[in-house]
Design a protein around this ligand. Sequence first.
Ligand code: AMP
Length: 219
Amino acid sequence: MRLVLLGPPGAGKGTQAKVLSGKLSLVHISTGDMFRQASKSGKELGRKLADYMNRGVLVPDEVVNQIVIERLSEADVKDTGFILDGYPRTKEQARVLDEALNDMGMHLDVVVYMKTSKKVILSRLTGRRICRQCGSIFHVQNIAPKVPGICDYCDGELYQRDDDKEDTVLKRLQVYQDQTKELIDYYTKNDVLKTVSGDLEVRQLYDVLYELFGSERLI
Ligand code: AMP
């Protein structure tokens, strides 16, 4: 199965993609995770990526497209299918993705739009904490760790992403709204879009998604 999770920052794409990719044995491809990883490399590209992310603006299409297409060309993707999380984010990225998949003899089965209210997004993102060591995601209220600041799974330190601070969150939301409407129109026209509520709790939304794919016989 080839799946895209689409939605504003804070919709829960990363959380759902992690669980679903494990359950359905799909490769999880998160552009945000790839960029955060690359930004630690100390290389020129990494520094540029960190700068875009810290300002809450999008990385240019050509850069993102190249990185994603390279990843999609790896053997595991073709064998097992994938969940794209955080990509595409613009109509141009969607167009390039369709073209690249077509060239590789693949196509998207479904694009899930996780429609989420601004209130929920703000609360989720500003309260989100991530483990430096294993990448597990917590929330100061909703998914509180047993010991504040410490990961339940590996005792790693929990930190707040720079771009989860309120000012940057508001900027990211604006960027999202500006770019993503036409992306939703694009996939609506292509008849692959399914809309679910990103306001649901993690477990409830997971059940909705699982039900959706099961009933579509896509797994
Ligand atoms: P995320 O973890 O998906 O919220 O992504 C974090 C940041 O990485 C975004 O605010 C952008 O700066 C950048 N980014 C991630 N995915 C994309 C994309 N598909 N296009 C452009 N920029 C992206």
